[in-house]
Design a binder for this molecule. Structure first.
Ligand code: PEP
Length: 255
């Protein structure tokens, strides 16, 4: 089966009011969207449930993080089980902002991934190298090490619940997008890694999406790469052009 194209919107710590959140949803609810693409939006946790209640049913909702413990004295955390119980199907884990600003290690990200799939959630698992790592030729090594921790923590069948987001740190929020050749090269390297570290079937079936300054102008070309199965979009997911990114694969009807 071909891999279904996937577009996720990571709202990060935006928008700043409930009214703005409703306006973002209205744009998506009113838009002509390519429903062959799986669409997931990820607002801050306070908006997860109200957003899920007003967004059209074809659009899924993702949390931006969860904790690996089920419950207990962990102030400020949300568990994977609580998300699943609230009907939230996806969670983003290992985003570079969490790895750098909140010092999450690959082992913690792997524990969270394990807890999420055990709770029945699907995971958008983010990996990616810094500019220094890319310039020193370490991209594949860095990304493989980030994935290694997850490979050790979950079972082969759990990979059906994982979408890998390759997000070069130097491209996130910088306006500096990876070229389609750079994205394709790393996506292929990730697929080759999965073939060896997990199985050829998991490598073939797992969606590998690109994130880092994707916008309406660059999404089409990136989407043509054979190993680019979609996007994780930050800044542009808060703008009307998000609709064009969702529709990157849409075939125009002949007139
Ligand atoms: C992201 O935060 O996942 C992201 C890709 O951000 P941006 O599109 O703004 O670079």
């Amino acid at each position: 089966m071909p891999r279904q194209f996937f577009v996720g919107g990571n709202f990060k710590l935006n928008p700043t009011s409930r009214a703005q959140k409703q306006a973002l949803v209205k744009v998506l609810n009113d838009a002509d969207l390519d429903l062959n693409t799986e669409i997931v939006i990820s607002p801050p946790s306070i908006y997860l449930i109200p957003l899920k209640e007003i967004v059209r049913k074809e659009i899924k909702v993702a949390a931006q993080n969860c904790y690996y413990k089920d419950n207990g004295a962990f102030t400020g955390e949300i568990s994977a089980g609580q998300l699943a119980d609230a009907g939230i199907p996806y969670v983003i884990l290992g985003h570079s902002e969490r790895r750098t600003l909140f010092h999450e290690t690959s082992e913690e990200v792997a524990q969270k991934t394990k807890a999420a799939v055990a709770a029945g959630l699907s995971v958008i698992l983010c990996v990616g190298e810094t500019l220094q790592e890319r310039e020193s030729g370490a991209t594949t090594k860095v990304v493989s090490e980030q994935l290694d921790a997850v490979v050790k923590a979950i079972k082969e069948e759990d990979w059906a619940k994982v979408v890998i987001a390759y997000e070069p740190v130097w491209a996130i929020g910088t306006g500096k997008v990876a070229t389609s050749a750079q994205a394709q090269e790393t996506h292929l390297a990730i697929r080759e890694y999965l073939t060896k570290a997990v199985s050829p079937k998991v490598a073939e079936d797992t969606r590998i999406i690109y994130g880092g300054s994707v916008n309406a102008g660059n999404c089409k070309e990136l989407s043509l790469q054979p190993d680019v199965d979609g996007f994780l979009v930050g800044g542009a997911s808060l703008k009307p052009e998000f609709v064009d990114i969702i529709n990157a694969k849409k075939v125009k009807a002949k007139v």
